[in-house]
Design a protein around this ligand. Structure first.
Ligand code: NAG
Ligand code: NAG
Ligand code: NAG
Ligand code: NAG
Ligand code: NAG
Ligand code: NAG
Ligand code: NAG
Ligand code: NAG
Ligand code: NAG
Length: 440
C-alpha cells in the first residue's frame, strides 16, 4: 500500500514536472518563433511581414499545415493580406465604401496553397502550411505572409501588440508566449551592399508539448533480433483503443480509400487507422540483424497504418548509446543531435528527397526501410539485457510507446536473469505513466 502510494506520487510528480516544462529533453531549444516586422506605417496603421521559423530539430509542420490565431488589442482590421488568408472575413458592416479584408477580433490565418497567382505570393509563402524541421531542411523551415493593418496605432508609441497567439501545427500541442518587442530586424539587399531595418519588431515563441497534443502516444515500437526468434510486438492498445470500432480491417483499406477517400480522411487529431492490436498510426520495427567482429547491423522499418494519410518529410529520432559510432546509414539521411555536449547518443533519420521522404498511406506501399551499421564500442557493446534496442524513439516529434523491457528478446544462454526485477519495476512505472496520463 505504502509502496504503491510512493510510486504513485513519484509518477505524479514526474508528470507534473514534465508538463510544466513544455520542452523536450532531446531538443531543449526547440520552438517556433513568429516574428512581426513592421515595414511601413500607413495612414491608419501599418504593413507588417510575419515570419514563422521552425527552430525545432525534428518536429515539422505536416499537411494540412499550420493555422495561426491571435486577438487584436483594439479594434484593428486587416485591409489586405498577401501569401496567406484568414479563414473568415467577419462582420465588416460598420464600413461603407472600402470593405476591409477581415474584421474579426480574433482572426485565424492559414497559408495559401502552392500555385496561387504570383501577385498573391511573397517569399516563403504558399506551401499549404507545410514547414520543414530545422534539422532536416533549415531553408524550408520558414513560412511568411504580409498584412496591412488598419485602425491601429501608426507609430511605435501608439501601436498595440496583438494578444493571445494560438498555433495549430496541425492539431493541438503548441502554447505561445505573449508578443514581446525585440530589436528591429535587419535585412540585407539581394546584392548584399545595403542594410535596411524594420521600423519595429515583435516576437512570439511557441513551444510544443506532447501532453497537450494527445492523451495517447501516436506511435509504437516492436523489436526482434537474430539471436532469438521471438518478435516482441507493440504493447496492446499502445495508442489507446477507443477507436477500435471505427478502425479499418486491412483487407478493406483499398476499398475504403477507393470509394470514400475524402470521407475517410479523419481529422488530424482523430485519425482513421488500420485495425491492429496496438491501434497506432505508426510503428517502428527495430531488428538487430547481424553481429560482426567490429560492427553490428540494425534494420529499421517504419510502417504507416494511417488510412489516407501520406507522411511527407517524416522524421524519426532514436536514442541509443552506440549512435556515437554510426558508420553507415543506408537509404535514410542521418544527422546526430547533440543537445548536450557531453552525450552523443541521439540522432534523427529522415527520408531522401524524391526517394522515400514520403511515407505512403496504409497499404502495400505504406512503409520505409533502412539499415544502420554501427561500430562496436569495445567497452559497452553487448547483446545482453536488451542493450541493442533503442532507449527512446520519436516519430515526427512524438515519443513512441516501447514494449516493457522485461519482454525484450534475450540471449538464449543468458545468465543475467537476476536483473529482471529491476526492469519489471521500470516497466510498471512506464505503464502507469501512460495509464495515469489517460486519467489526468
Ligand atoms: C527559440 O529557439 C531558438 C533557436 O534554437 C533559440 O535561440 C531561442 O532562444 C528560443 N527562444 C526561446 C524563447 O526559447
Ligand atoms: C520608436 O522609434 C524611435 C525613433 O523613431 C526610437 O528612438 C525608439 O527607440 C522606438 N521605440 C521602440 C519601442 O521601438
Ligand atoms: C487572453 O488570454 C487570457 C489568459 O488565457 C485571458 O484571460 C484573456 O481573457 C484573453 N484575452 C482575450 C482578449 O481573449
Ligand atoms: C526574434 O525572432 C527571430 C527569428 O525569427 C530571431 O532571429 C531573433 O533572435 C528573435 N529575437 C529575440 C530577442 O528573441
Ligand atoms: C462516405 O462517408 C460518409 C461519412 O463518413 C458516409 O456518410 C457515407 O455513407 C460514405 N459513403 C460510402 C459510399 O461509403
Ligand atoms: C498519397 O500519395 C499517393 C502517391 O503520391 C497519392 O496517389 C495519394 O492520393 C496520396 N494520398 C493522400 C491522402 O494524399
Ligand atoms: C557524434 O557521433 C557521430 C557518429 O555517429 C559523429 O559523426 C559526430 O561527430 C559525433 N558528434 C560529437 C559532437 O561527438
Ligand atoms: C567509436 O568506437 C571506437 C571503438 O570502440 C572508439 O575508440 C571511439 O572513441 C568511438 N567513437 C566515438 C565518437 O565515440
Ligand atoms: C527469447 O526471448 C524471450 C523474451 O522475449 C524469452 O522468453 C525466450 O526464452 C528467448 N528464447 C530463447 C531461445 O532463449
Amino acid at each position: 500500500m505504502r509502496m504503491d502510494q510512493m510510486l504513485f506520487s513519484s509518477v505524479l510528480c514526474f508528470i507534473l514536472l514534465s508538463t510544466a516544462r513544455a520542452y523536450d529533453p532531446l531538443d531543449p531549444n526547440g520552438n517556433i518563433t513568429i516574428k512581426w516586422d513592421v515595414m511601413s506605417w500607413t495612414a491608419d496603421g501599418y504593413v507588417a511581414v510575419v515570419t514563422m521559423t521552425n527552430f525545432q530539430m525534428y518536429r515539422h509542420i505536416m499537411s494540412p499545415g499550420w493555422s495561426l490565431g491571435w486577438v487584436w488589442a483594439k479594434k484593428e482590421v486587416i485591409w489586405t493580406m498577401v501569401g496567406a488568408e484568414t479563414t473568415n472575413q467577419g462582420d465588416c458592416s460598420k464600413f461603407k465604401a472600402n470593405l476591409p479584408y477581415c474584421c474579426m477580433k480574433n482572426p485565424t490565418v492559414i497559408d495559401l496553397l502552392p500555385g496561387v497567382p504570383y501577385n498573391q505570393q511573397i517569399a516563403n509563402c504558399c506551401k499549404g502550411g507545410v514547414v520543414s524541421s530545422w534539422g532536416s531542411d533549415p531553408s524550408a523551415a520558414v513560412s511568411s505572409f504580409q498584412l496591412s493593418v488598419g485602425l491601429s496605432g501608426t507609430s511605435n508609441k501608439t501601436v498595440k501588440l496583438p494578444k493571445n497567439f494560438t498555433l495549430s501545427g496541425p492539431g493541438k500541442g503548441y502554447t505561445c508566449s505573449q508578443a514581446k518587442i525585440v530589436p528591429p530586424s535587419v535585412f540585407l539587399t539581394p546584392d548584399g551592399r545595403r542594410r535596411t531595418q524594420a521600423l519595429m519588431t515583435w516576437n512570439v515563441t511557441c513551444t510544443y508539448s506532447q501532453m497537450l497534443a494527445s492523451q495517447n502516444p501516436k506511435c509504437c515500437v516492436s523489436l526482434s533480433s537474430f539471436y532469438n526468434s521471438t518478435v516482441v510486438p507493440c504493447p496492446a492498445c499502445s495508442c489507446g483503443c477507443q477507436n477500435k470500432n471505427t478502425c479499418v480491417p486491412s483487407g478493406q483499406i483499398q476499398s475504403v480509400l477507393g470509394k470514400n477517400r475524402t470521407a475517410s480522411m479523419a481529422t488530424f487529431d482523430n485519425p482513421l487507422v488500420q485495425c491492429t492490436s496496438h491501434m497506432c498510426p505508426i510503428r517502428l520495427h527495430w531488428h538487430v540483424k547481424t553481429n560482426y567482429n567490429l560492427y553490428w547491423r540494425v534494420k529499421m522499418t517504419i510502417t504507416n497504418f494511417n488510412v489516407g494519410v501520406n507522411y511527407t518529410q517524416w522524421t524519426l529520432v532514436v536514442q541509443h548509446p552506440n549512435l556515437n559510432n554510426v558508420t553507415e546509414v543506408f537509404s535514410f539521411s542521418y544527422k546526430p543531435l547533440v543537445p548536450y555536449r557531453s552525450t552523443n547518443d541521439t540522432g534523427m533519420f529522415y527520408g531522401l528527397k524524391f526517394f522515400n521522404d514520403q511515407l505512403m498511406e496504409a497499404g502495400p506501399f505504406g512503409n520505409v526501410q533502412s539499415e544502420l551499421l554501427l561500430q562496436k564500442d569495445a567497452y559497452t557493446f553487448t547483446l545482453n539485457q536488451g542493450w541493442a534496442f533503442p532507449r527512446k524513439v520519436y516519430f515526427n516529434g512524438d515519443e513512441c510507446m516501447m514494449p516493457p523491457p522485461d519482454t525484450y528478446p534475450y540471449l538464449p544462454s543468458s545468465s543475467l536473469r537476476n536483473s529482471v526485477p529491476a526492469m519489471a519495476v521500470a516497466t510498471t512505472v512506464l505503464l502507469s505513466l501512460w495509464t495515469l496520463k489517460r486519467i489526468v
